[in-house]
Design a protein around this ligand. Structure first.
Ligand SMILES: Nc1ncnc2c1ncn2[C@@H]1O[C@H](COP(=O)(O)OP(=O)(O)OP(=O)(O)O)[C@@H](O)[C@H]1O
Length: 219
């Protein structure tokens, strides 16, 4: 589904490349972890996959078409859903309105379907009362569940997450990781998670380690 061909990236100078000649395939229905030392370039790699930045070398293809050709704005809107460590919800809205807004902005097939949004939030453990009050009144674990529900109500087949459990305790981490597995295996999406937590990486179908400018499959 997502193909990375001979990808290279540096911020200031080419001799300081974070990674180079990276060729990888990511498939739908599968979860992937990206691990590696702090500063190795994991977040940068994810931002390229999400169309938030352009590669310095090589290209990224979605379903056989270059994402540049699709257009990065169009690509981000139609193909990618992002989950951040800091949730990035619309803080002046309720969970329900966060989902309704995401569905509207991305032209989801469920656009305007309040019942569907409520059903998703219920599935993720939010009560009817919680889903209509301001998101800031929810716990961190609940807010991250809302951020994940937002990816589930959108049609994007690629879900990328940057340290999604970084602010969560052990129990919430387990729940959140389980949800990502469901998104991959039941919604048949491609889920790519940057994480520094070995338990999170071990739960994914595959884990790639970024070290010395290259990606290698973890044993
Ligand atoms: N906008 C930027 N301009 C210049 N350098 C940057 C920029 N963003 C990141 N870097 C540098 O690029 C390198 C890789 O950063 P990145 O955030 O991708 O690493 P990471 O592996 O995700 O790290 P961490 O695990 O600590 O989040 C770091 O040395 C960082 O300082």
């Amino acid at each position: 589904m997502l193909k990375v061909n001979d990808l290279g990236y540096w911020y200031d100078r080419q001799e300081n490349s974070l990674f180079e000649h990276v060729t990888l395939n990511f498939e739908a229905g599968t979860s992937y972890a990206i691990v590696g030392q702090s500063g190795s370039g994991k977040t940068t790699f994810l931002s390229l996959l999400a169309g938030l930045d352009k590669p310095r070398a090589g290209q990224i293809e979605m379903n056989g078409e270059s994402i540049n050709k699709i257009g990065l704005t169009n690509y981000r809107k139609s193909h990618v859903a992002i989950v951040f460590q800091s949730y990035n919800l619309l803080t002046y809205m309720s969970p329900l309105n966060n989902l309704m807004t995401a569905m509207a902005i991305t032209d989801s097939a469920h656009r305007g379907d309040k019942r569907y949004a409520m059903e998703m939030l219920r599935k993720l453990g939010l009560s009817d009362e919680q889903m209509t009050k301001n998101v800031q009144r929810l716990s961190g674990g609940q807010q991250q569940r809302v951020a994940i529900a937002r990816t589930m109500v959108c049609d994007a087949k690629l879900v990328v997450a940057d340290e999604p459990t970084g602010n969560l305790d052990e129990e919430n981490t387990r729940d959140v990781i389980e949800l990502f597995q469901k998104i991959a295996h039941e919604q048949h999406k491609c889920v790519i998670i940057v994480t520094h937590e070995p338990d999170v990486a071990a739960t994914c179908d595959h884990a790639y380690r970024l070290a010395q400018h290259k990606f290698s499959l973890e044993a």
